[in-house]
Design a protein around this ligand. Structure first.
Ligand SMILES: [Zn+2]
Length: 430
């Protein structure tokens, strides 16, 4: 019934700034309910759980399953498409890729590939955009349920400024969202997210209809994009001349609240940051995407300071504008962005953003984000010897922080040697 994973345990802890850093540590997983039973010294846990199946990971790192707060599963096929800013990039690459998801068989194939790749990259919780097609969200829910991943998703809603084949209406967006919500929200580890793509592709009528839907279901997530790119911000000001600012467009529609997760938020005014904090909303910082599309540098420390504890911030890969599904790569890029801004993130901050911070941003920190007793047993084993350059660097690291940092700068999915998803181990070492 129990599996004891032994290795070098590193995890953030709820309510504590410092990481738990436990070489020679262990995590006991209760396979009967998929939760963490105990965390401590491996030698103590071997005595306390003599009948446990032991998975000895040597001196590899055992960290919590990673949390991706913002990613588009239909865009995996056009990751690394070059040379355009956001609005051109959407027209040229994204919309044609998303149009293919009208085909449900295609959606199912891509959903299986995407969820397998999440696990391969150590991601066990994610907030994900589908396409406008109800079948695309259905396919992702099914694939995630089969793998027992903690996935929050919903049908993307857009009723203007996109190709006709990708448009819904205010009424059909609500009807399709509600149907999916009723069938999937709360099933296993799945949750629904009301998902207007962003203000330029939703009419005010659609945003308000989705706000009413969200008001009727106060426990669901809301996800959208906010202030990613300056051209987009100017367009929103033209489309919504009565709004005080971009955030106010969503606020007026009832879409700014706790568990509303706004992707990017690179170009916010002080008023917007204050209002988002007041509403206990969340932000997803997507550094590889922001760099790739030239959208800007998200001032994480400034925003976190202005928002205080009421404004939660996690990391998002934002694939396909983002360039990697790997939370290690995303954390490494977040470091570089913070360095360019002159306010570098620490290794402890980066690991927290990738795990517990993201879980807090999504409102699921009671269940995931850290290796603590009673939480879902989502864990990732990281192998610092997974590539020759990383291995020789790791051999010269003298602290856990240096080792984790090297993994973030040099590591990717090759560094993920095993993953436990709600206690079930997926061995990657073969
Ligand atoms: Zn996005």
């Amino acid at each position: 019934m129990y599996t004891l994973h032994t290795g070098h345990v590193v995890t953030p802890l709820t309510g504590v700034d410092d990481l738990l850093d436990l070489p020679g540590g262990g995590v006991v997983v209760d396979r009967s309910d998929g939760t963490v039973e105990a965390v401590g010294k491996a030698s103590d846990l071997r005595k306390a759980y003599p009948d446990a199946t032991v998975a000895d990971h040597g001196d590899r790192l055992i960290v919590p399953g990673f949390v991706d707060c913002h990613v588009h599963y239909p865009q995996l096929g056009m990751i690394a498409s070059p040379g355009e800013e956001l609005l051109d990039w959407l027209d040229r690459y994204t919309f044609p890729a998303e149009a293919r998801f009208a085909d449900e068989a295609w959606a199912q194939t891509r959903a299986r590939l995407f969820t397998d790749q999440l696990i391969a990259h150590g991601v066990t919780t994610a907030c994900v955009f589908s396409t406008v097609h109800k079948g695309s969200a259905d396919a992702l829910f099914r694939a995630a349920h089969d793998r027992n991943l903690r996935i929050i998703t919903g049908k993307t809603c857009m009723d203007r400024n996109a190709p006709d084949e990708l448009l819904d209406t205010p009424d059909s967006a609500v009807a399709d969202s509600l149907d999916l919500l009723e069938r999937w929200h709360g099933v296993g580890r799945l949750e629904y997210a009301v998902s207007p793509r962003f203000a330029p592709t939703s009419s005010d009528a659609q945003l308000r209809a989705l706000g009413e839907l969200a008001a009727a279901h106060p426990d669901v997530v809301i996800q959208t994009h906010l202030a990613e790119n300056l051209g987009e911000c100017r367009w929103v000001a033209e489309l919504f001349p009565d709004a005080a600012d971009y955030t106010d467009v969503y606020d007026a529609a009832g879409l700014v609240r706790r568990r509303a997760v706004f992707g990017h938020a690179v170009h916010l005014s002080d008023r917007e940051t204050g209002r988002l904090a007041e509403a206990h909303a969340s932000l997803a910082h997507c550094p590889t995407s922001n760099s790739f599309l030239g959208s800007g540098l998200f001032p994480l420390h400034d925003t976190a300071f202005a928002g205080g504890d009421d404004l939660r911030i996690g990391l998002g890969s934002d694939v396909g504008a983002g360039t990697s599904l790997s939370p290690l790569t995303t954390a490494g890029e977040a470091y570089k962005v913070s360095r360019l801004l002159g306010s570098p993130l620490s290794v402890a901050e980066l690991l927290r953003l990738s795990t517990l911070g993201g879980a807090e941003a999504l409102g699921v920190a009671d269940s995931v984000g850290s290796l603590e007793v009673g939480k879902d047993a989502d864990l990732v084993v990281l192998d610092p010897a997974s590539s020759p350059v990383l291995e020789q660097r790791a051999e010269q690291c003298t602290t856990t922080a240096e080792l984790l940092f090297a993994l973030m700068i040099l590591g990717d999915d090759r560094a993920v040697s095993a993953v436990a998803v709600a206690g079930d181990t997926v061995d990657r070492a073969a």
